[in-house]
Design a binder for this molecule. Structure first.
Ligand SMILES: Nc1ncnc2c1ncn2[C@@H]1O[C@H](COP(=O)(O)OP(=O)(O)OP(=O)(O)O)[C@@H](O)[C@H]1O
Length: 251
């Protein structure tokens, strides 16, 4: 059995338990290479934090995994099936769901309408979403634009869950939120992974909060993976993280 602890640097070939496998993914814009090589094999129910300074390529990576941006090379598979490159619909059929950093809510629609609009062909229910997020239930008739920042982020995640993700990509959940709100939201990430069995890939600037809920952490600097360890290992040794952010591979 592959454990998260074994799933460190170099373990990217994937085993039967690995739901999301990325192999040699290069990503960028036209001829501009932004992410040089990204490899990952992650079991269902795990949280992978993708960390790194501004401009490292984190959003580019998530957009590529979700098919919005074609990969320059490499492959992505979910549950053993390769996802067609650069096809958002195919990625969506494979269960890859992206929550972008702007949250992509319909601000004039109510909470309930936002959830219904996200459901598509899935059999999920609004009541199911409210069971999971009771704070949204009491706001169900309110326009999403009138929610607090934290509630909007919760709604963005609830919308994503309406699509029964097998891989949930969360881009900077904390964007524009006070640290205290981020601290309150972060355990939701762990819970979602545990309850749904999805792989959650979490891009986050609040590194220490991310490490508290992640199983594994990958640090990207200038498009290179410079560190790939268990989150526990990184949390216990802040100097590793500092060195990685300052540049250079850490063996
Ligand atoms: N549409 C685009 N065309 C060309 N280059 C782009 C485009 N979008 C982003 N880039 C460049 O790609 C690099 C990586 O950007 P990206 O947004 O992926 O980084 P990031 O790690 O998510 O940073 P941040 O934390 O600031 O969002 C940057 O140099 C950025 O200028």
């Amino acid at each position: 059995m592959t454990t998260i602890a074994e799933n460190q640097t170099g373990h990217t070939s994937g085993s039967a338990e690995d739901l999301l496998v990325c192999t040699g993914v290069k990503a960028g814009y036209g001829n501009i290479e932004v992410v040089r090589q990204f490899d990952l094999a992650a079991p269902g129910g795990s949280v992978v934090a993708v960390l790194g300074p501004n401009g490292a390529g984190k959003t580019t990576l998530l957009n590529t995994l979700s098919g919005l941006l074609p990969a320059q090379s490499g492959s992505v598979s979910v549950g053993g099936l390769t996802v067609k490159n650069g096809r958002p619909a195919d990625a969506s059929d494979a269960g890859i769901v992206l929550v972008p950093d702007d949250r992509a809510l319909f601000t004039a629609l109510t909470v309930e309408e936002n959830l219904l609009a996200a459901r598509g062909r899935h059999r999920t229910t609004v009541d199911g979403a409210f069971d999971r997020f009771p704070a949204l239930a009491v706001r169900r008739k309110l326009a999403a634009g009138h929610l607090s920042g934290g509630e909007q982020q919760m709604l963005a995640v609830a919308r994503a869950l309406m699509q029964e993700p097998r891989v949930l990509l969360l881009d900077e959940m904390s964007m524009g939120l006070a640290p205290i709100i981020v601290e309150e939201l972060m355990p939701m990430v762990r819970r979602v992974a545990k309850d749904t069995g999805a792989v959650v890939v979490l891009v986050e600037q609040h590194v220490h909060l991310a490490l508290e809920v992640a199983d594994r952490a990958i640090v990207l600097v200038h498009g290179e993976v410079v560190l790939d360890r268990t989150a526990a290992e990184l949390a216990a040794d802040p100097t590793l993280l500092e060195s990685a952010y300052l540049g250079g591979s850490i063996s």
